[in-house]
Design a protein around this ligand. Structure first.
Ligand code: AMP
Ligand code: AMP
Length: 356
């Protein structure tokens, strides 16, 4: 696969390379960054949201599709190749397209690792083998012996997640959510049951640079989730009187800086995650990745997820987060960081080290 992609790249006109992505998730971040670094941009979008990318002035070219999945159509792929496009994958690729092995357009990143992130067991294996602390998982609802959070396969932005304290509680709440049409029977069977960590959630956005051979901390955010972040506004008495199940549907993100003494551990952990990624699939992690954690009152960091691409939360870092600003001494954010790496790759003739 990679050989084929590198062959396509070889046929590109390097003076006319365009940065392309699909119009959702973090496209504003990616396309703005590309333009700032001097690239022309391509946004693959549906009719209903194309005006966003036009009106914000980030899309030089719009490729219209009925559905995001149409990105895989031969005609669309050919068009993207003709425009010398390098695609930047993000969360909507996971949600609407799935595995990227059928996409015959060069992408910035590592397709194998992006597939690993869509499988929770693989994510766990990656984090665990990198030596990071992770929440315990339960194979069956009957094994639940403490507070757990119940999730489902794939990236669904926390929709339908629930908390249970024992097997009975699990079945009662699962049934309720099925009745309400929020989850399906199949979801219940395939539920991913994880120890609930009491603490605060912190999302660390990193960038691995093949050019500088280093892991960079670009930004930190936390999520704003409905309705778990709204429930605290209801007095406990009223919460008890109604059947309120906290849900974790992400609505937005909030920028964050962390206690500085946490950084040595987090950045060392990110380096270990990078090191192990090379054992999964050479050349290992390329570009943006995110470690998603809950930090408890003792400063213990539990990583519950990894994303092997840009996360939407990194958009809080435009035009710069305190971290990227300190590191680069200029405004820097994930979309621009990606484009900078591609630009350096072209200049130094090292593009093939970052394309998959
Ligand atoms: P969307 O294009 O908004 O439907 O999102 C595509 C995928 O990315 C879904 O799985 C979302 O849950 C996830 N996603 C979108 N925006 C965010 C965000 N701000 N933070 C975290 N995840 C997100
Ligand atoms: P996820 O879809 O795995 O990113 O999780 C969505 C949200 O659920 C996170 O942003 C956290 O607020 C919460 N969450 C996930 N896993 C845990 C956990 N093990 N303990 C506590 N909260 C969690």
């Amino acid at each position: 696969m990679r050989d084929k992609v590198l062959q396509i790249l070889e046929d590109y006109d390097y003076d006319k390379i365009k940065i392309a992505t699909i119009g959702s998730h973090s496209a504003l971040n990616i396309l703005k960054g590309a333009k700032e670094e001097g690239f022309e941009t391509v946004c693959v979008c549906r009719e209903k949201e194309s005006f966003i990318y036009k009106d914000f002035g980030v899309a030089d070219h719009i490729v219209k599709v009925e559905e995001f999945r149409d990105l895989l159509d031969d005609r669309i792929q050919r068009k993207l190749r003709e425009m010398n496009s390098i695609m930047i994958p993000h969360g909507s690729f996971n949600a609407y397209i799935g595995t990227l092995y059928n996409l015959k357009v060069p992408i910035f990143g590592n397709r194998v690792l992006m597939e690993w992130e869509t499988i929770r067991e693989r994510q766990r294996e990656w984090l665990e083998r990198s030596g990071l602390k992770i929440p315990k998982t339960y194979a069956k609802p009957q094994e639940i012996d403490g507070l757990v959070i119940v999730k489902y396969p794939g990236a669904r932005g926390g929709k339908g997640y629930f908390i249970a304290k024992n097997p009975q509680d699990f079945y009662r709440k699962a049934e309720e959510l099925v009745k309400m049409g929020i989850i399906s029977e199949e979801d219940v069977e395939r539920a991913y049951i994880q120890q609930y960590i009491l603490g605060v959630s912190v999302y660390f956005s990193f960038f691995y640079s093949p050019i500088f051979d280093r892991v960079e901390l670009i930004a930190i955010d936390r999520r704003y989730e409905s309705n778990v972040d709204g429930m605290g506004r209801i007095p406990a008495e009223d919460q008890l009187g109604s059947i309120l199940t906290p849900t974790y549907t992400v609505i937005g993100n909030i920028p964050l800086v962390v206690r500085e003494s946490l950084l040595p551990r987090v950045i060392s952990d990110a380096k270990r995650v990078y090191d192990y990624s090379r054992r999964i699939a050479e050349p290992g992690m390329v570009g943006p990745f995110c470690l998603e954690s809950i930090i408890d009152e003792n400063g213990e960091i539990y990583y519950f997820e990894i994303s092997a691409r840009i996360v939407a939360g990194s958009t809080v870092g435009i035009p710069a987060s305190p971290y990227s600003y300190i590191l680069f001494d200029e405004n820097m954010y994930m979309g621009k960081r990606i484009a900078r790496e591609i630009k350096l790759g072209i200049e130094k003739d090292l593009l093939d080290s970052m394309i998959f």
